[in-house]
Design a protein around this ligand. Structure first.
Ligand code: SF4
Length: 466
């Protein structure tokens, strides 16, 4: 197994010292610099952006919500689908004009796209207004890279492919006062044949349990009420540590902490989800009864080609077990339509699985080839129009199920966490992450309350406070 590189305290301290130097540089100029950080893709990227904002704050930057007039722009990119990549290239291209309007503006690109050699090369040769690029392994060095650009005006490319690392103690600016992400591990060992993540984020490496427990305790003390543990495959947490602690042990320990909060997690690979984990969830009130369990396809041949290493029967056995120990368990999932070679009958197996499980929500995707992955080399004779038709059928099936599930809520009372206001009503989320709107006072924001559901739409519920 590739060895995890732990970034030492001395290395991190050196970055903190650089932050202070950058802060002094701006103070001398008598300027409060502005930073704009834009995030594409998944929650792991959101969590990384919170660390980038933390480092920028320590360098004296104030956050702004527009690239216009920002002294530094950081685009944290996603490589999971071609569409997301094209959007990034389009937006980076447009920054040429933004930069012309603001002298001295610096532009950095990071995230999974920058973990791909060909992308970094393209940025280097064709997007010369970009000042710096760093891949996910180099994120902890951002202050050093920023300082280099500010001092020399020369472009920096920190894209060396290294073994994955763990860097504890990077400052964080969280985007939300109630909900927090906590990365418990990084990278992935699974090499699903369509996925670029293991190539750009490296092999699995778990944080030490005591570091995670300390962070979660701090979040609870700061008033966070909804804490999501993050990893590409949380179910393999701890395997690399050799401490005899698995994910169920970790979340069970966290759920014993004092305070009023919900704990949730994502993402789970079905081949590693254990009955022990379901039992642990069932026995702790503070673990939200919500499980995001991506199945990707309902057909065993396609699953094999995807290198998912479970069958639809094994998947359904897990779902049945989870529902047996937690009646009312909220299930969500990811599914890919139009994987190379998927036939009409194989697609229908996916529909059958959806009808059998009746998910609360699905994240649906049309297959997008990723350069460098095995699936990108597979013959893919299905016309785009057929894939689109299958996709539409999938979405229509799930929308009907979601609406039926929503209607079943009417008349029930549910516990929600109130998270904000939208005009006349408060917004809140159920344990399963469902949006509930109801009239109420602002003083309820940040609290758990009971709401009786009176109406619904496909996407949300309407209620009154009990
Ligand atoms: S489990 Fe599969 S889909 Fe998820 S990040 Fe790893 S390789 Fe990608």
């Amino acid at each position: 197994m590739e060895r995890t590189r732990v970034i030492s305290e001395a290395q991190l301290q050196a970055q903190k010292d650089i932050c202070r130097q950058i802060g002094a540089y701006w103070q001398e100029k008598g300027v409060t610099p502005l930073a704009f950080v834009d995030t594409y893709g998944c929650q792991q990227n959101e969590a990384d952006s919170e660390r980038i904002r933390g480092m920028l704050r320590d360098c004296g930057y104030e956050m702004t919500d527009t690239e216009e007039g920002a002294d530094v722009i950081v685009l944290n990119t996603c490589a999971i689908r071609e569409h997301a990549e094209q959007r990034v290239f389009g937006n980076v291209g447009a920054l040429v004009h933004t930069k012309r309007r603001h002298e001295g503006q610096k532009i950095f690109l990071c995230g999974c796209m920058m973990g791909q050699d060909h992308v970094a090369k393209k940025i280097k040769s064709s997007y010369t207004h970009v000042d710096g690029v760093f891949n996910p392994h180099q994120l902890w060095r951002f202050p050093e890279l920023l300082q280099s650009v500010l001092k020399t005006g020369k472009r920096v490319f920190a894209v060396e492919d290294e073994p994955g690392n763990i860097a504890e103690g990077i400052p964080v600016v969280r985007q939300n006062d109630l909900k927090a992400w906590v990365s418990i591990m990084y990278g992935c060992n699974n090499f699903c044949s369509y996925c670029i993540v293991p190539y750009v984020r490296g092999r699995e490496r778990s944080r030490q349990p005591e570091d995670i427990i300390r962070e979660v305790k701090e979040l609870i003390a700061q008033g966070y009420r909804d804490i999501t543990l993050l990893g590409q495959n949380v179910n393999s947490y701890g395997r690399d540590l050799g401490l005899g602690i698995d994910f169920a042990d970790l979340i069970g320990t966290l759920a014993e902490l004092e305070g009023d909060f919900w704990l949730r997690f994502m993402t789970s690979h079905p081949k590693d989800a254990t009955k022990k984990l379901f039992d642990t969830m069932a026995s702790h009130d503070k673990i939200a009864k919500q499980f995001h369990l991506p199945f990707q396809s309902g057909n065993d041949r396609v699953l094999k080609e995807m290198n998912r290493r479970y069958t639809s029967a094994q998947y359904l056995e897990l779902v049945d077990y989870g529902r047996a120990v937690m009646p009312g368990l909220i299930l969500t999932s990811d599914v890919i339509v139009g994987f190379p070679g998927e036939t009409e009958e194989e697609f229908e197996d996916t529909i059958k699985l959806i009808e059998r499980v009746r998910y609360d929500a699905l994240f649906t995707f049309i297959y997008s080839p990723r350069r460098g992955t095995p699936a990108a080399e597979m013959p893919d004779p299905t016309p785009k129009a057929d894939k689109n038709r299958r996709f539409d059928k999938l979405v229509a099936t799930q929308n009907r199920i979601s609406e039926e599930i929503h209607r079943d809520y009417i008349g029930k009372t549910v516990k929600v966490l109130v998270d904000g206001r939208e005009g006349e009503v408060l917004t809140s989320r159920t344990e399963g992450g469902r949006l509930v709107r109801f009239p109420g006072e602002d003083s309820l924001i940040g609290q758990f309350v009971e709401v009786t559901i009176t109406d619904c739409t496909t996407w949300s519920l309407v209620g009154t406070i009990k």
